[in-house]
Design a binder for this molecule. Structure first.
Ligand code: GLN
Length: 548
């Protein structure tokens, strides 16, 4: 069979599904299993999503969480954030497979004539395309392990073709090369005060009906799963009790690989797939200990305000929150986040001051559109004048430039052309379309996306922070600092300390008469990890920590 021909015969497949309810943290569970193996083995994560968007790039973050941007420019599910942070890999767009992309591939093949003479059907054509893709990634990446996460919950109509493809794949590569891990829920209902195994049994039965027999069950639970409940689940689901793993609630996701290690996951993988790579988690463990200690007995607590319009769903800024956690572990302190909804403080100086009362550092993260931006601009003015450490990210940098242009350089009509409408034109467009963006009509994957080099100015704060004159960071934007205004803004006191390598794009700005006022056109949070925190976040917290 053609798809199987593409299989290299070496890759082991670990397929992660979820049951009972959504939101149990399948991405973290899959990434944590990967973290146990990635010390020595090449673990490549693949995420299968049942929705029909080609990628999540055009989805509202309050609906689907943050859009994560890869170095190659792919806009992918936020689970890739966990993968990159846990597995120490630079992921690629093709590791993300949505049903939208599957259908696109099929229709392209059909038009090309690949199916000439045949009726194109869900089985075998859809499942074949999925398998083909998985084998191709495994082979191309020379993966020791392909970690396949199937989005959604078993029983959802929209992911059933991924599940069926995985079943076929496990049959084709043989059971010594493939195993299923299922994440379920073990509730402790109020008043009953007992761990309940029935939802897990039902959800495994659902999988069994589809011909899949999971060999590791991870039960999300408020507490460790009791031995007799593990026995019971094992009995009904055809597993040794030792294969029932406690997915106990933890404060920081970075504890999860350590829990799985203690629960014996590496030994099961060794026994079943003959893969073993002693987890190299020493530094990780130490940092997790610091995070945990600061949770109960902090050396110091810093309050960081994140000011945006998507504050109703904290997952919209998932990587920003994680980057703060990473930096806090290295500085031995606790970060408390204060969410400031910028629409609610707009044109109300008291509300601005009140929302930042007692705040040690402020972040204005990325965003789009005109809603809430005047609030952001007023908050930025406040932190600039009151000398509160500030980090602006993407839209946060563009609005910091607008604020400076208006209030320091005296350009009252300064704004970004992103707020323009048919009837409203910006008087002084200090932020404007990147070259070529104006004529783009299609919205999907058309921004300036992915990793680009940033050249850093000698003697700048940015150079001190990065300890380098050239770095690489990830971008996702349509607008930029308008080159026509750069001189005048510099004259006013802005230092553009980071520029694009081959284009005239301002990528970092800083102010000198301030303890920490830095803003960047890129998203530094996307490259932050527990072991290697993003320098701009680390220094933001250091500045806040050292503030008298
Ligand atoms: N809306 C701005 C732009 O498109 C900023 C984007 C962002 O913050 N990611 O340039």
């Amino acid at each position: 069979m053609k798809q199987l021909d593409e299989y290299n015969g070496k890759t082991k497949f670990i397929i992660v599904t979820g049951g009972v309810i959504s939101g149990l943290g399948k991405g973290v569970a899959a990434a944590s299993i990967g973290a146990l193996l990635s010390g020595k083995l090449k673990v490549v994560p693949v995420k299968c999503d049942g929705y029909l968007n080609t990628d999540p790039g055009t989805m509202n973050p309050t609906e689907h969480g943050e859009v994560y941007v890869l170095d190659d420019g792919g806009e992918v599910d936020m689970d890739f954030g966990h993968y990159e942070r846990f597995l120490n890999v630079v992921a690629r767009s093709e590791w993300s497979l949505t049903m939208g992309r599957v259908f696109k591939l099929i229709l392209e093949k059909e038009r090309r004539g690949d199916y000439l003479g045949h009726t194109v059907q869900f089985i075998p054509h859809v499942t074949n395309v999925i398998k083909e893709h998985l084998y191709r990634v495994a082979t191309k990446e020379k993966a020791d392990v392909l970690l396949v996460e199937i989005g959604g919950t078993v029983g959802d109509l929209e992911n059933q073709f991924f599940i069926e493809a995985a079943r076929q794949l496990s049959h084709e590569v043989g059971q010594e090369n493939c195993m299923f891990v299922h994440l379920t829920y073990v509730p402790i209902p109020n008043g009953v005060n007992e761990q309940k195994s029935k939802p897990t049994q039902m959800s495994v039965r659902d999988l069994n009906e589809k011909g899949i027999y999971p060999e590791i069950l991870i039960g999300r639970c408020e507490e460790y799963i009791k031995p007799h409940i593990k026995e019971k689940i094992g009995l009904f689901c055809n597993l040794p009790a030792s294969h029932v793993i406690s997915g106990v609630d933890v404060k920081h996701v970075y504890e999860v690989p350590l829990v799985y290690e203690a629960e014996g996951v590496p030994e099961i993988l060794l026994k079943r797939l003959q893969i073993y790579a002693p987890p190299k988690l020493d530094v990780w463990k130490k940092l997790v200990e610091t995070l945990k200690r600061n949770q109960v007995n902090p050396r110091k607590t810093l309050t960081v305000a994140i000011c945006g319009k998507y504050t109703t769903l904290e997952d919209s800024y998932a990587s920003v929150v994680e980057a703060l956690n990473h930096a806090s572990a290295h500085l031995d302190l606790r970060v408390e986040i204060k969410w400031v909804d910028t629409e609610r403080v707009e044109n109300n100086t008291d509300a601005v001051a009140k929302s930042l009362h007692g705040v040690d550092a402020v972040i204005v993260p990325g965003g789009f559109g005109s809603r809430g931006i005047e609030g952001k601009i007023q908050l930025i003015q406040y932190v600039r004048e009151k000398k509160i450490p500030f980090l602006g990210i993407c839209y946060g940098m563009q609005l910091a430039v607008v604020e400076f242009a208006r209030n320091v350089c005296g350009m009252k009509g300064a704004n970004t052309t992103e707020v323009e409408t048919e009837t409203f034109k910006v008087e002084t467009p200090v932020i404007a379309y990147l070259p070529g963006q104006e004529s783009i009509k299609e919205m999907g994957a058309t921004m300036r996306l992915g990793g680009h080099d940033v050249l850093i100015r000698e003697g700048s704060r940015a150079e001190q922070i990065y300890k380098s004159r050239q770095i690489r960071e990830r971008f996702r934007h349509r607008y930029e600092v308008n080159p026509e205004f750069v001189k005048i803004l510099e004259k006013g006191g802005i230092i553009f300390s980071g520029k694009a390598a081959n284009e005239n794009i301002m990528q970092i700005m800083e102010l000198s008469d301030h303890p920490y006022f830095l803003a960047c056109q890129f998203h530094p949070e996307l490259k932050s990890s527990l072991i290697h925190p993003a320098p701009l976040f680390l220094e933001l917290l250091r500045a806040a920590d050292e503030r008298p």
